[in-house]
Design a protein around this ligand. Structure first.
Ligand code: ATP
Ligand code: MG
Length: 500
């Protein structure tokens, strides 16, 4: 199977032997597929079979589809063995049977990327049997409906196809999703004060909203963000499959974990390039924004990121996906993530310090703030100050509310949203379109009046207007309130910065 973005297409592999001495692969193979020749030749010989002497041609069809990576080793070896009658003809070569795997020189089969999307495509096309590297079997098994055969070596596979020693298909594993957050290290209970920031993070987690924290050095911004995974709602099975598909194609799936079971938390360094952030490359790969799909993209020290790199976030933040254009066509990767960012208010970090310790000139402050563009800031729903905390709070032994307690509220609010958005294709308030916002966030006269005032006085954009309504919806959900009340909108407005 060839992988294009997150989709896959079945490739037919055919082999022929004629006069001459070469082994040739045709059908737009990339370098890894070309090198397959050497691996296949050695693997076949070292598994106790013979490689044909004359000229061998392998064709990968459709010929105009680019083939990439080492997963074609196994089907190429099978087709050569079949052509030379080392596999009996009883074995059908219709698209009912599919092979994927990289060969080691001694005939062992190594794991490959993208097995989950392949298994999904195989099921869609009614493939009966899918032969996969044993290490990828539990990943393929996430999709029931196809017989998944875990294969360790080429020899084992041939004996199975011969009927000599049958490999048992694997049983579909039960999917168990558990939040893997490290509560021993990062729990909201250990973070003193900062109730305002904690509340904003709770709202962000409940509705999937973007949040920016500003404050002086050492006030706890990074600490608060690190504790965020502990209050995120659990992934649903559908979401987990979506996320796992992306990790499978990116080759980022941990070997001991067939499924991504808790929301991703990605924190790229501020030296990250545009391609690593949004994806791309000659063979387009998902970037950080897609690896953060259904989870969190945490950008610490936001102004230190290259401005041009940050601008790339504008499209995914608005559309929830990344479009990469290539000569052969466009590829899209999903990218519905929650942006969490932290920054100091100025280069020295003490602009709003009550003791007036700031040493920056107004020009320095303004240049610093210009590093983040207005359009990007406009896409951030919650702006919170994380001030220096008072000594009494630091010293006190009182524990704050635990992450587990906050997570329970977040989870309940998320369930309300799932119910509300049944059959709409979205899961969270943050994903609502303008039309959906109008429909799901009815406003009474008092709210209308409040919003009119706010739009005029705070100079809000149309986008900001809809984003405030969505935050209001989430605050109401946290209170298990069906209707949005004036106080919910009033709180939502607090998190909006004033645009000068
Ligand atoms: N509210 C708090 N409660 C408990 N510990 C805190 C708190 N704030 C800060 N700390 C301690 O101070 C350390 C530094 O905090 P943190 O790295 O989160 O600061 P920051 O706001 O990200 O600073 P900077 O702007 O320099 O990046 C933390 O590792 C933690 O031990
Ligand atoms: Mg920090």
């Amino acid at each position: 199977m060839a992988i294009i973005g997150l989709d896959t297409e079945i490739v037919e592999v055919e082999a022929d032997t004629t006069g001459g001495t070469h082994f040739i692969i045709v059908g737009l193979p990339d370098a890894a597929v070309q090198e397959s020749k050497e691996r296949v030749r050695s693997a076949i010989k070292n598994s106790g079979f013979y490689f044909p002497r004359g000229r061998t041609v392998v064709n990968l069809a459709p010929a105009d589809l680019k083939k990439q990576g080492p997963s074609f080793d196994l089907p190429i070896a099978v087709s050569v063995l079949k052509k030379t009658k080392q596999i009996p003809d009883t074995f059908r070569d219709s698209p009912k049977e599919i092979f994927a795997g990289e060969l080691a020189l001694d005939g062992k089969i190594r794991p490959v990327n993208g097995i989950l999307p392949m298994a999904i495509a195989a099921k869609k096309q009614n493939v009966e049997s899918f032969y996969v590297p044993a290490e990828n079997a539990s990943e393929a098994g996430l999709v029931p409906g196809t017989n998944i055969f875990p294969v360790h070596t080429l020899k084992e596979l041939i004996e199975h196809l011969d009927g000599e020693r049958i490999i048992e298909p694997i049983k579909t594993p039960r999917i168990s999703l558990k939040n893997m957050a490290d509560l021993e290290k990062y729990d909201f209970a250990f973070i003193r004060g900062q109730e305002h920031a904690k509340r904003a993070l709770e709202i962000a987690a409940a509705g999937g909203h973007n949040i920016l924290m500003s404050g002086p050095p050492g006030s706890g911004k990074t600490l608060l963000s690190r504790a965020l995974p502990g209050i995120l709602p659990d992934l649903t099975v559908d979401e987990a499959l979506e996320v796992t598909k992306i990790y499978s194609v990116a080759g980022e799936l941990p070997t001991d974990l067939p499924i991504i079971s808790s929301r991703p938390f990605r924190s790229p360094h501020h030296t990250a390039s545009g391609v690593s952030l949004v994806g791309g490359g000659a063979w387009p790969r998902p970037g950080e924004v897609s690896l953060a799909h259904r989870g969190v993209l945490f950008l610490d020290e936001l102004p230190e990121f290259d401005r041009q790199v940050l601008e790339n976030l504008r499209q995914p933040l608005e559309d929830g996906l990344v479009t990469i254009s290539r000569v052969a066509g466009t590829i899209q990767f999903p990218a519905k993530f929650m942006l969490v960012a932290a920054r100091n208010p100025c280069p020295c970090g003490y602009t709003n310090d009550p003791y007036g310790n700031c040493t920056c000139s107004p020009i320095q402050v303004s240049n610093y703030n210009k590093k983040i563009s207005g359009p990007l800031l406009d896409r951030i729903d919650l702006h919170v100050d994380v001030p220096k905390i008072k000594f009494e709070k630091l010293e006190s032994n009182e524990m704050a509310e635990s992450s587990t307690a906050i997570q329970a509220r977040v989870q309940a609010a998320r369930h309300r949203q799932e119910k509300r958005f049944q059959d709409t294709g979205i899961f969270t308030n943050a994903e609502m379109s303008s039309e959906q916002t109008r429909h799901f966030c009815p406003q009474n006269d008092e709210i209308k009046k409040l919003l009119r005032q706010a739009v005029e006085q705070m100079n809000l954009s149309a986008r900001a207007y809809f984003r405030i309504l969505k935050i209001g919806r989430t605050i109401a959900d946290l209170e298990a309130s069906d209707e949005i009340q004036t106080k919910h909108i009033a709180e939502a407005l607090q998190y909006r910065p004033r645009v000068e």
